[in-house]
Each structure stands twice: as structure tokens, then as C-alpha cells.
Design a protein around this ligand. Structure first.
Ligand SMILES: [Zn+2]
Ligand SMILES: [Zn+2]
Length: 225
């Protein structure tokens, strides 16, 4: 297994990270070890590489999950849905305006062949998504984008946080629809209470843990878990 980010999760889940798009976004192929059923999270582009990773992992993808609507997370979503014939779940409806402008946004970054799309299911706080025998709670965490969601598996103490929180940083909020105060509130109200021992994969760069970020992240100075 390559790039396994959370050793506690290793028994029940496996993950391969495929950096995609000009932004090196961490597209993640995540699977349930017991069933070999898998999900692709945030297919931002480079679909052939994602398909190769799926083949390498020797798993059956039956869904695509989206954390938020930015081009580097969704650029390959429509193409991958067509290739795999699987549904797309997420993000929150508040990011619809971004999914309606994927082509326009791609053009700004030289990403051709991207398409606008609607997911098969919008996600809200309190929803759950499942892959094989693994269940993830959906946490609505606006701020980086208005419709950002985080996927949290309580059992494995593991989360996929998109661009809400990074190792040593937080999501940028200078893009249209971003709001820094809202983002920090999402992190302090929804993510920090998950517990210091929760590990996460984020949209860019290396993963981390909630505890490490609570103690050392300069954007969260003094925040209580
Ligand atoms: Zn983003
Ligand atoms: Zn991103």
C-alpha cells in the first residue's frame, strides 16, 4: 500500500493518493479492505492516472465523493463518472455555482476537456456516505468554499478534509464565496472536537492529525479542542 496516511486505519481501509491537476491535488482512492469496494474522492483531473491507480489497487470503485467544487477537485469528475458508470456524491448544494462553471474555471488554468456537472446526491450536515463496510459522517464545513464538506470515519479516527484544513495551514478564503471567519468557525466547531487522535488526508500536501494542528497550526493559535 502506498501513501497510507493513518496506520490505525490500515486494517480496515486502504488508500492511494494520486496528485492531480496543475495544483497537485490529492485525489484519493479509498477502499474497504474487507470488500475491496472503493471510492474516488476529488478527481480533479488526470483521469488516466486515477484509473491506473484503481487498477494498481485492484479494487472496485462504486462511487465518487466530492469535498467541494473547486476545479482542482472536480475537473475530472464528469469524465470519471462516465468511465466508471458510478454516482457522484457531494459536495453541499451551496457549491452548485462552482459545478456550473467548471469549464469556465478550467479555461483559466489551461485545463481542457473538463465539464460542468451535477452530482447524483448533494450532501448536508448529518448525512452519511458508505463504501463497503465503512461509514463516514458528513460534516458541513463552509468557509474555503460555501459548500465544503468533510468525510469522517469515527471508528478509524480518520477524516478526508479537502481544503478546509492543511498540515500547518488552512484553506485560502480569497476566492469568490470564501470567508475566513466562517472557515475558522468550521474548523473550531466541527473538526477540533473530533479529537486529537484523528488523522486526516487533505487536498494538498502531506496529511496530519487534529491534535498536531490544534497545537501547532498558526491559524488556530489558542483554539480549544
Ligand atoms: Zn479548494
Ligand atoms: Zn484544492
Amino acid at each position: 500500500m502506498t501513501d497510507e496516511k493513518n496506520s490505525e486505519a490500515a486494517a480496515k481501509a486502504g488508500a492511494l493518493i494520486v496528485p492531480v491537476s496543475p495544483f497537485q491535488q490529492n485525489c484519493t482512492v479509498l477502499w474497504c479492505t474487507a470488500t475491496k469496494k472503493a471510492v474516488v474522492i476529488d478527481p480533479g483531473g488526470d483521469v488516466p492516472q486515477i484509473l491506473a491507480a484503481i487498477k494498481q489497487a485492484d479494487v472496485t470503485v462504486d462511487q465518487i465523493w466530492i469535498t467541494h467544487g473547486h476545479i482542482d477537485h472536480v475537473g475530472g469528475a464528469a469524465e470519471l463518472r462516465d468511465a466508471l458508470k458510478v454516482p457522484i456524491e457531494g459536495p453541499h448544494l451551496a457549491d452548485k455555482y462552482l459545478l456550473d462553471r467548471v469549464v469556465e474555471s478550467g479555461r483559466n488554468f489551461g485545463m481542457i476537456g473538463v465539464r460542468n456537472f451535477a452530482p447524483d446526491r448533494w450532501l448536508s450536515e448529518g448525512d452519511q456516505v458508505k463504501v463497503g463496510e465503512l461509514t463516514f459522517d458528513v460534516l458541513f464545513c463552509p468557509g474555503h468554499s460555501p459548500g465544503s464538506v468533510v468525510f469522517f470515519n469515527k471508528d478509524m479516527k480518520f477524516a478526508i478534509v479537502g481544503d478546509v484544513l492543511f498540515n500547518g495551514s488552512v484553506g485560502r478564503t480569497d476566492l469568490p464565496g470564501g470567508d475566513h471567519a466562517t472557515l475558522i468557525r468550521s474548523i473550531t466547531d466541527k473538526l477540533l472536537p473530533l479529537g486529537d487522535d484523528v488523522g486526516f488526508i487533505c487536498g494538498h500536501g502531506p496529511g496530519s492529525s487534529i491534535g498536531h494542528e490544534r497545537k501547532t497550526n498558526p491559524f488556530l493559535n489558542g483554539a480549544m479542542g
